[in-house]
Design a protein around this ligand. Structure first.
Ligand code: B4P
Length: 190
């Protein structure tokens, strides 16, 4: 049976958003991207957006309590009962534990953490290319370096966290978008 309660883990630019958009179409579950939700809050100048903007522009993580609130509110909505693709959340151990506690309360535990494996040179190349195409304020050489350091320190340890839970699947995230989507499909469908 296909797994439908999934976390996508990976460095900035690993392709979490790209693969999540494919998966939600195929599985007919909501795409829960904390990055997208925070960017929307920034665009609307909400209090959360104003707090998040400075952190995002510096390449730092937005405070746990802010992001946890945003993610919990989204996951508690009825459409997430059939499953969800979490993209960019959790990013710290505190967030991972809060997510586990929420899903335990809802009686819908995670089924899979997909870790996208990719090296720094390739993600830097992708993000600099995205900077040319989309002009995102956190896609510049200095901020990308900072985001990669933050990822290594605060997010990479989640691989062990989910390995210990027995739900980790590592996927090679280099190659065409289609090839990577096929690898992910193989993992989730098994
Ligand atoms: P995110 O929006 O999550 O962004 P990301 O990590 O940069 O990107 P992603 O991995 O999704 O890459 P994408 O598919 O777009 O986070 C932004 C910021 O928000 C964070 O730095 C932080 O400040 C804040 N934030 C978000 N969540 C948070 C949390 N939980 N806690 C605290 N703070 C949080 O791919 C990148 C590029 O590569 C694209 O241009 C794409 O077209 C290209 N690409 C994708 N796949 C490719 C492939 N196979 N080959 C070539 N190019 C590819």
């Amino acid at each position: 049976m296909t797994k439908k309660r999934v976390v996508l883990l990976g460095a900035p630019g690993a392709g979490k958003g790209t693969q999540a958009r494919r998966l939600v179409e195929r599985l007919d579950v909501p795409h829960v991207s904390t990055g997208d939700m925070l960017r929307e809050a920034v665009a609307k100048r909400t209090p959360i957006g104003l707090e998040a903007k400075a952190c995002m522009d510096r390449g730092e993580l937005v405070p746990d309590e802010v992001v946890i609130g945003v993610a919990e509110e989204r996951l508690a909505r009825p459409d997430a009962e059939k499953g969800f693709i979490l993209d960019g959340f959790p990013r710290t151990l505190v967030q991972a534990r809060a997510l586990d506690a929420l899903l335990a309360r809802l009686g819908r535990p995670l089924e899979c953490c997909l870790a996208l494996r990719i090296d720094e040179a390739e993600v830097t190349r992708r993000l600099l290319k995205r900077a040319e195409l989309e002009g995102r304020s956190d896609d510049n050489a200095e901020t990308i370096r900072k985001r990669l350091r933050v990822h290594e320190k605060q997010t990479a340890p989640l691989v062990d966290y989910y390995r210990d839970q027995g739900i980790l699947a590592e996927v090679d995230a280099v190659g065409s978008v289609d090839a990577i989507a096929d690898r992910i499909e193989g993992v989730l469908g098994s």
